[in-house]
Design a protein around this ligand. Structure first.
Ligand SMILES: Cc1cc2nc3c(=O)[nH]c(=O)nc-3n(C[C@H](O)[C@H](O)[C@H](O)COP(=O)(O)O)c2cc1C
Length: 207
């Protein structure tokens, strides 16, 4: 991804081609409206049963970023980026408010039964199974986030190298939630590595 300030909005294939993990950032803060247009696209990500278990904490406070940086083994992009987005997933919140995800097209007399059916399908699962499943949905939002940010000219670095318990403690998140990723975001100050990917014939077959 170029370090030049990008003004045009990239298409999805353009953003996929331009995006690279960036670990050095310029200090300028990200305007709130930029976050809002990024998250407005991210919230449209699909998820199984439309559960939408993803939640985002945007961290710009230097002290909090320093704490997150320690939890992330000192990875320089955490303190160096103007913002770090903590993506967590909360299936307990989903199940406590199942009515919120029942589609408005479901007739009024079937809404309660639809919600009850969803709740009962999870009744036999442990908290850990539930949250692990929710985290998998969270990675769909992560993909949307990385691509949308690139589309608007923002560099990102997804991270899984952190102590989730410390991150949750720093942000006051409940113990049961999963933390699929943290994402450093800002205007990039390095080019990143060129793509190193499998060729199509290694990963795709047609039958
Ligand atoms: C879920 C996830 C977790 C990652 N965790 C880290 C990390 O903790 N630290 C890091 O430097 N890079 C991390 N990366 C970046 C990957 O190493 C990188 O995406 C991959 O090598 C491909 O390079 P590219 O993103 O520049 O195309 C992570 C990427 C993803 C998607």
């Amino acid at each position: 991804m170029s370090t030049e300030l990008q003004t045009e909005i990239l298409s999805v294939p353009e953003a996929a081609a331009a995006r690279r993990s960036i670990r050095a950032y310029r200090p300028e803060p990200i305007p709130r409206e930029d976050f809002e247009r990024i998250f407005d696209a991210v919230r449209l990500a699909p998820s199984a049963f439309n559960v939408q278990p993803w939640r985002f904490v945007v961290v710009t406070d230097p002290e909090l970023k320093a704490t997150l940086g320690e939890a992330a083994n000192g990875q320089r992009q955490v303190t160096g980026a103007p913002a770090v987005i903590v993506l967590y997933t909360d299936m307990k919140d989903v199940l406590d408010h199942v009515e919120d995800i029942v589609h408005p097209g479901v007739p009024a007399d079937r809404r309660a039964a639809t919600a009850a059916g969803f709740r009962s399908s999870w009744a036999a699962k442990s908290d850990a199974e539930r949250e692990q499943w929710g985290a998998a949905q969270g990675y769909i939002a992560l993909g949307y986030l990385l691509l949308t940010a690139a589309s608007y000219g923002y560099a990102t670095s997804a991270m899984l190298g952190f102590d989730a318990a410390r991150v949750k403690q720093a942000l006051g998140l409940p113990a049961h939630v999963a933390v699929p990723a943290m994402v450093a975001i800002g205007r990039g100050d390095e080019e990143g590595f060129t793509h190193h990917r499998h060729p199509l014939e290694r990963i795709v077959s047609y039958r």
